[in-house]
Write a protein that binds this ligand. Structure first.
Ligand code: UD1
Length: 375
């Protein structure tokens, strides 16, 4: 029997894996599919809630590794995964995105001669100070199957010497999830819950080490957000990393600032509902740049670069760099425009990326007959 292990670990992985898992389970009931959660994210609000809201069954295995330095976290996932793969060797390991669990899964599998498929391959920020960029490069170097989400993925992989036959442009599985759940999310009427009007508020997310681990950078961004809050309400669901970096005094000050609402991380549906009706989203996340493009909501990204350039060329994204003044100017301009952007939908962001991935896997295994020999 063909045996696939899907490895997930952190919040953005769950939305990317859910449609692939659903598609595999419905189309290939004869395959043994295991969902392995590394436990990189473990809070109810960072993990469990996503499984229930996305309709994903409990993971088959939870490795429970939790937080740590990059080396500790990655190494613990590797040790635990090696035991899993040794006890029940899969024919293919599927990893998603660019988090530490992605890298760990790809490394362990490739060293055990188990073929690896990478979903969201080929994205590059060309900024090696980002831990995710290192994860992306190494994962793609060892992967056998590279499923790309936008045209830049293939261009980057080809320039790194990856043979064309290993690359498949399938579209974006995170957008599969967004399109499926958007009506439910919008039905929650999130603006009413927070007493704000559609199109007249900002949503903020921040968690990149370069923004939140540097006190000076964080102070500048928070001061900028207070300026935006003078123009429109600012709703700020706070990632645990960011919350830990803020001194208590600063939290009290922010909470007291007129127009700023701090809150715990939201569930997926609540967050999508809030984004969909926002006047602007201010973020340093990768996935949110893509989601706002589909939702047609202006996005101001607090980074000097993006590994998702299609959100700039086709979508609603602008890069504000690390200068809070640019962020404030872009955000206030977007809030003033009060209209949905006429963004173009990137190619293959149509809700069928997972289906294309399963088409490829189906073809691979039927061609191989006896699986497990790589591609
Ligand atoms: C990770 C990913 C990042 C992704 C982000 C989404 C890497 C290198 N980074 O960053 O690409 O965009 O997830 O959230 O893999 N924490 C909790 N509860 C949790 C999880 C984390 O409190 O459930 C706290 C811990 O104190 C931890 C800190 O957040 O030390 C950072 O978590 P970690 O998984 O190391 O990285 P993220 O910043 O979440």
């Amino acid at each position: 029997m063909i045996h696939l292990d899907l490895v997930v670990g952190a919040r953005p992985n769950f939305m990317k894996a859910a449609p692939v898992l659903a598609e595999l389970r419905s189309r290939r009931p004869d395959w043994r599919i295991r969902l392995i959660h590394t436990g990189q994210h473990y809070d109810e609000r960072m993990s469990d809630l996503f499984f229930s809201q996305l309709g994903v069954a409990e993971p088959d295995v939870n490795l429970g590794v939790g937080s740590g330095t990059h080396a500790v976290q990655t190494a613990q996932v590797m040790v635990a995964l090696e035991e899993q793969f040794r006890a029940a060797p899969p024919n293919l390991v599927v990893v998603f995105g660019d988090v530490n669990s992605t890298l760990a899964g790809a490394l362990v599998a490739s060293k055990m001669q188990i073929p690896v498929a990478h979903v969201e391959a080929g994205l590059r920020s060309f900024d090696r100070s980002m831990p995710e960029e290192i994860n992306r490069i190494i994962t793609d170097t060892v992967a056998d199957w590279l499923f790309t989400s936008e045209p830049s993925g293939e261009t980057n992989l080809r320039s790194e010497g990856v043979p064309a036959e290993r690359i498949r442009f399938v579209g974006n599985t995170m957008i599969d999830t967004l399109l499926k759940h958007r009506p439910t999310a919008e039905g929650l009427d999130m603006p009413a819950r927070f007493g704000v009007s559609a199109g007249r508020y900002a949503v903020v997310t921040l968690h990149r080490p370069s923004n939140v681990d540097e006190p000076e950078a964080l102070r500048g961004i928070l001061a900028g957000l207070m300026e935006v809050a003078e123009v429109a309400p600012v709703l700020f669901p706070m990632h645990p990393r960011t919350r830990r970096r803020l001194e208590d005094r600063r939290v009290v000050e922010l909470e007291a600032a007129a127009g700023i609402t701090l809150m715990e991380p939201l569930g997926y549906l609540e967050f999508v509902g809030l984004m969909a009706a926002a006047g602007v989203v201010i973020t340093d996340s990768g996935g949110i740049q893509e989601e706002t493009t589909i939702l047609g909501v202006p996005c101001v990204t607090m980074r000097a670069n993006t590994e998702r350039p299609v959100t700039l060329t086709a979508g609603t994204n602008v890069l504000a760099g690390t200068d809070p003044r640019r962020m404030v100017a872009e955000a206030i301009a977007a809030l003033g425009e009060q209209r949905r952007s006429a963004a173009r939908i990137p190619d293959l962001w149509d809700g069928r990326a997972a289906s294309r991935i399963v088409d490829v896997l189906d073809e691979v295994f039927s061609r191989q007959g006896e699986p497990g020999t790589g591609c």
